[in-house]
Design a binder for this molecule. Structure first.
Ligand SMILES: [Mg+2]
Length: 120
């Protein structure tokens, strides 16, 4: 069953990874410390794909289907651990996500001259 972003909820994703852990009796191992570390480890696995490449080479690599597929897998690993940490901690991810986005909108106003700041 192929899923897509437009037809999948965060709740479904959280339930799916919880069911995966429960079926293997892994819930007892999925403590916040382990999950937080696992998020960072999987994020590092994304970075491995670009470790020794220039910015332009990394952009080019992402155009290749095999690299894109590998990065997608690591991105999924990061997301799964994020979902698991949210499950364990009782965090509503959509609420946290949009609250943080609103906070960032205030912190980084859209009408600011970002080009001048980034390209000094
Ligand atoms: Mg991985």
């Amino acid at each position: 069953m192929k899923k897509c972003d437009a037809e999948t909820t965060v709740g479904e994703m959280k339930e799916a990874v919880l069911a995966f852990a429960k079926a293997r009796d892994w819930e007892k191992y999925h403590r916040p410390k382990h999950l937080a570390m696992s998020i960072a480890i999987e994020a590092a696995e994304i970075m491995e794909h670009f470790q020794w490449l220039s910015e332009a080479q990394a952009d080019e690599a992402m155009q290749r289907d095999e690299v894109k597929a590998e990065v997608a897998e690591e991105l999924a690993d990061v997301l799964m651990y994020c979902m698991e940490l949210a499950n364990v901690a009782g965090i509503d991810l959509a609420e946290a996500y949009f609250a943080k986005l609103a906070k960032n909108e205030k912190r980084f106003p859209a009408d600011e001259d970002w080009k001048a700041k980034w390209e000094r």
